[in-house]
Design a protein around this ligand. Structure first.
Ligand code: ACO
Length: 418
């Protein structure tokens, strides 16, 4: 029996019999942001028992970016990357329907970082949520964004991978502190009738391996306490060897699988943009197992280390900047990470890669829009504060309470029941 999707696509109609024109999810904008502060292997060698030579030969990493101070949070990096993606696409934030932020190091457990981004951009009609799939998060988010566009639920979806993973690191643990860095990358997906864009996706998970890469405390299983802090249970822990074995297997499998779904042979892949965890993982999975030449594999981990969910969009942005991405090329974006999770997406690149000429008035218009967004945010917060504290609880017995009841009634008449 045909699945509903097969049935309706064969009959060229949507579920209500409405003729369906083909829709594709095209990447039309991209941007990245990394902190200015650089932490080199030599710096690390002063902190733990390691050396530049050991880190380079075992991982390929030379330096990484570390967010400086409490003000350079995940959302701050995410907003910078998102604004750049909107600038490249020449699309206003008001056009966004959905914002997905893939992160394991959001500013807070609640609210979602995607909502902080929505507020800072002034994306007034966008839904926003965080997606937690560790380093595979960006690939998962692309898959969800594509689904929303193909279903007709959204025309513009902003997909962000953003992390300040340095905040989870035990800087005395030489096995983990050498690997990670902070950063953010974003792409804007747009609905388009032009064939191409994100053509196929494959996602996988194996929860039995959750403890190979985890942060034991801070969640509902072990809420933060003096004891969890004293035992360093809020720090990232990893079984490096087991993760290495898992990564080399799934990177190759996922690449093969997504290429087959897109109808490509491995030779037809023009560029692989993999999660940047370890140069030896890229070598052993993509180059040795799949026989894809190294020249087709994007690697920038030497300068950024492993930025978790941000690593793929950052690598993509740099590949575009270096002229390695061209229209009509076949790209595979492939990742793995904690969970355990893995995934890949196949992209037929269609967007022009020469940036729009930046006109001063466009830049000014965008800046005014972001200023207006922060003003609007401030105004809403202030009104809420005044409403809550000045008017007090709804109580017929006190003047403040009666005033509150009158204001509530007026709001109900003016704006309807909320
Ligand atoms: N400097 C010097 N020596 C070190 C260091 C260090 N930073 N770290 C470990 N060593 C020592 C070990 O103690 C060990 O010494 P011993 O033989 O005397 O016991 C020796 O070096 C070899 O250690 P291994 O752990 O076997 O080293 P390995 O070659 O496996 O490399 C590494 C370790 C780099 C962590 C590797 O296993 C790896 O990259 N694994 C994958 C990690 C990964 O990708 N994580 C991210 C997942 S994505 C996400 O979701 C966040």
């Amino acid at each position: 029996m045909a699945s509903p999707i097969e049935f309706f696509s064969r009959n060229g109609a949507g579920p209500k019999g409405v003729p369906r024109s083909p829709r594709y999810a095209q990447i039309v904008g991209w941007g990245m942001a990394v902190p200015d502060r650089v932490l080199t292997n030599h710096d690390l060698a002063l902190m733990v028992d390691t050396s530049d030579e050991w880190i380079r030969t075992r991982t390929g990493i030379a330096e990484r970016r570390i967010s400086s101070g409490p003000k350079e949070t995940t959302s701050v990096l995410a907003v910078r990357a998102a604004r750049e993606a909107l600038r490249v696409a020449d699309v206003p934030a008001s056009a966004l329907d959905l914002i997905i932020c893939a992160t394991s190091t959001g500013d807070y457990i609640m609210p979602p970082t995607a909502c902080l981004v929505q507020d800072a951009l002034g994306a007034s009609k966008a839904g926003a949520f965080d997606l937690g799939a560790a380093c595979s998060g960006f690939v998962y988010a692309l898959s969800m964004a594509r689904g929303a566009i193909l279903a007709g639920d959204a025309d513009y979806v902003l997909v962000i991978g953003a992390e300040t993973i340095s905040r989870l690191i035990n800087w005395n643990d030489r096995q983990t502190c050498i690997l990670f860095g902070d950063g953010a990358g974003a792409v804007l997906l747009a609905a388009s009738p032009e064939p191409g864009g994100v053509l196929a996706t494959t996602l996988g998970a194996d929860g039995s391996g959750g403890e190979l890469l985890w942060v034991p405390a801070g969640g509902s299983a072990h809420p933060s306490s003096h004891e969890t802090l004293a035992n360093g249970l809020h720090n990232l822990r990893m079984d490096g060897k087991a993760v290495f074995r898992f990564a080399t297997r799934v990177m190759a499998e996922a690449t093969r699988e997504v290429a087959a779904k897109a109808g490509w042979s491995l030779e037809q892949i023009d560029l692989v943009v993999p999660h940047q965890a370890n140069q030896r993982i890229l070598q052993s999975s993509v180059v040795n197992q799949l026989k894809i030449p190294e020249s087709k594999v994007v690697s920038n981990l030497e300068r950024y280390g492993n930025t978790s969910a941000a690593s793929i969009p950052i690598a993509l942005c740099e590949a575009i900047e270096q002229g390695r991405v061209r229209p009509q090329q076949n790209l595979v974006l492939v990742g793995f990470g904690g969970g355990l999770t893995w995934g890949a997406v196949a992209v037929r690149w269609c967007a022009p890669v020469t940036p729009h000429p930046t006109r001063w008035w466009k830049t000014a218009q965008r800046q005014v829009g972001y200023q207006a967004a922060s003003l609007r945010s401030w105004w809403r917060r202030s009104v809420r504060r005044v409403y809550t504290f000045a008017l007090g609880p709804a109580d017929e017995a006190t003047p403040r309470g009666r005033l509150r009841i009158s204001v509530d009634r007026w709001r109900e008449r003016r704006f309807g029941k909320r």
